[in-house]
Ligand binder design. Structure first.
Ligand SMILES: [Zn+2]
Length: 70
């Protein structure tokens, strides 16, 4: 069973920083953010708010929010 469908659309998530569409795929190096700017914005907010965020990346296969809940 292969999941290499060339017509498969990339998973879209909501950018946590600006709320815009963001491509959640390896091609987007800033995922789940839509851009480097948004990623930096979010990191800056974290740093100024509290420093208790663990240095642990979320699992790659975990979608940002459940699309079924929409
Ligand atoms: Zn963004």
């Amino acid at each position: 069973m292969q999941e290499q469908d060339p017509s498969a659309k990339p998973r879209m998530v909501r950018c946590p920083a600006c709320g815009g569409d963001s491509v959640y795929a390896p091609s987007n190096r800033w995922r789940p953010f839509c851009s480097e700017r948004c990623k930096n914005l979010d990191l800056g907010a974290w740093a100024s708010e509290s420093f208790r965020v663990p240095e642990q990346a979320p699992p790659e296969d975990q979608p940002f929010g459940d699309p079924k809940e929409r």
